[in-house]
Write a protein that binds this ligand. Structure first.
Ligand code: FAD
Ligand code: PYC
Length: 415
């Protein structure tokens, strides 16, 4: 179908009956070279890069609900690469570089907007940590700068930079290349591009068991029948432990709710992203005008995609502390996702003791920014049966060797 204004009107008036779907909806084949479990951004990106970079096209993405319906469609879309340790910085920076060409690569506008991300400092120790991280970022070739409270006052006029604020702002780190992207478009863009390379995207297809033969993966059982594959990549975020237990594995991962909120739409008031670890909240403004707000995880473990009232109150208090002007804004809706948290606040992109079974999880509160880089490195790991040098440090092995990469300080959203 041609994309003309007339077609747009016709489709709107006919309930989109004749709209050509952007990807096929095939019946699952009996066998694939690779099965990816989880149709979030990471799973779809993995399938895309398997086909594009490694020529592996007999690939299925199995999604129990609808693609992007998990954390991918529930996150607050912040993209940055300013992590402390070299291992993490390089991984997230690979992702940043892919983001910078993603709309062109997928031929789909993912609305990547490099509007900058500020991480505020409220104490002398915050400022020392900021300076240390900025230096570490620069040594890794990542753009980062320290800005003063006076610069913040000019750049973000509604931010309360007064010295008598409850948590006075002493300065911030700024990554100018950081920003936001449109989360749904990321899922749809990867889905459409993967589909066009022959990947089968199968929604409403829950994996209920993982079968092994002679120490290697052989098939998955699903609500739509048995699907055989010699390689299975599992990318199910908050459900990672559940899938791991199907293969007799235990992961060092806990699942927590993480909430987000949007306000009623406003005229443009905030053209960047502001995060504060100490006050503990963050806010940006979407292209529709809504304030997009979040804070940290709900402390308890759970799989319900909702959080508790104390976290809602805490988040609102934080945002109003930072931006008193927002106290009169009405909130429109809130929701929760389930994030998978590792003890060192870093992900797992790894082979497992079961041959042909790979896990990608543990992104906690911060995996959206990693979507392209995660898919790119996971595809390499699956195709070559060995990690790429960028994800080798994120192997499961680190939990036995002790070579943890502690990124709690750079997580920005506590988890
Ligand atoms: P998901 O998108 O969750 O995809 C996993 C999929 O697996 C789901 O669709 C699920 O239905 C499917 N699945 C589960 N079990 C099965 C099964 N048995 N069979 C088949 N399919 C199954 N990160 C950032 O970088 N920036 C942010 O601003 C940010 N904000 C966030 C705000 C909130 C409220 C939340 C919840 C998360 C946020 N994150 C953020 C984290 C980010 O959303 C995630 O790390 C990332 O989206 C994970 O992507 P994914 O593809 O791995 O997971
Ligand atoms: O990791 O930058 C991040 C983030 C922002 C909001 C949630 N996670």
């Amino acid at each position: 179908m041609k994309y003309s204004a007339l077609n747009l009107v016709r489709n709107a008036l006919t309930g989109n009956r004749n709209w050509t779907p952007a990807w096929r909806s095939p019946e699952p084949a009996r066998e694939y070279d690779v099965v990816i479990v989880g149709g979030g951004g990471h799973g779809l990106a993995t399938a895309y890069y398997l086909a594009k970079e490694h020529g592996i096209r007999r690939v299925a993405v199995l999604e129990k609900g609808w693609i992007g319906g998990g954390n991918t469609g529930r996150n607050t879309t912040i993209v940055r690469s300013n992590y402390l340790w070299t291992e993490a910085s390089l991984l997230y920076e690979k992702s940043m570089q892919l983001w910078e060409g993603l709309s062109q690569d997928l031929n789909y506008n993912v609305m990547f907007s490099q509007r900058g991300v500020y991480n505020l400092g409220h104490t002398l120790q915050d400022m020392r940590d900021i300076e240390r991280r900025v230096s570490a970022n620069r040594l890794n070739g990542i753009d980062a700068e320290v800005v003063t409270a006076a610069q913040l006052k000019t750049a973000i006029p509604y931010l309360d930079t007064s010295p008598d604020a409850r948590y006075p702002i002493l300065g911030a780190s700024l990554q100018r290349r950081a920003g936001v992207a449109r989360h749904d478009a990321v899922a749809w863009g990867f889905a459409r591009a993967a589909d066009s390379l022959g990947v089968d995207i199968i929604e409403q297809c829950e994996v209920t068991a993982i079968r092994t033969e002679q120490g290697g993966v052989s098939a998955v059982e699903t609500t739509r029948g048995t699907i055989r594959a010699g390689k299975v990549g599992v990318v199910v975020a908050g459900n990672a432990s559940v899938l791991a237990s199907m293969a007799g594995l235990r992961l060092p991962v806990e699942s927590h709710p993480l909430q987000a909120f949007v306000s009623e739409p406003l005229k443009p008031v905030l053209d960047t992203v502001v995060m504060s670890n100490a006050v503990h909240g963050y806010v940006s403004q979407s292209d529709k005008g809504e304030l997009v707000i979040g804070a940290g995880i709900d402390a308890y473990l759970g799989y319900g995609q909702r959080g508790s009232f104390p976290t809602i109150e805490h988040t609102m208090e934080a945002i109003i502390t930072l931006f008193p002007i927002f106290s009169r804004v009405r909130m429109l809706r809130l929701w929760g996702g389930i994030v998978d948290v590792c003890p060192d606040a870093c992900p797992i992109i790894s082979k497992t003791p079961v041959a042909g079974l790979y896990f990608n999880c543990g992104w906690g509160t911060g995996g959206f920014k990693a979507t392209p880089g995660s898919g790119w490195t996971f595809a390499h790991t699956i195709a070559q049966d060995r990690p790429h040098e960028l994800n080798a440090p994120f192997d499961l092995e680190r939990f036995t060797t002790g070579a943890l990469i502690d990124e709690h300080g750079a997580a920005a959203v506590a988890h």
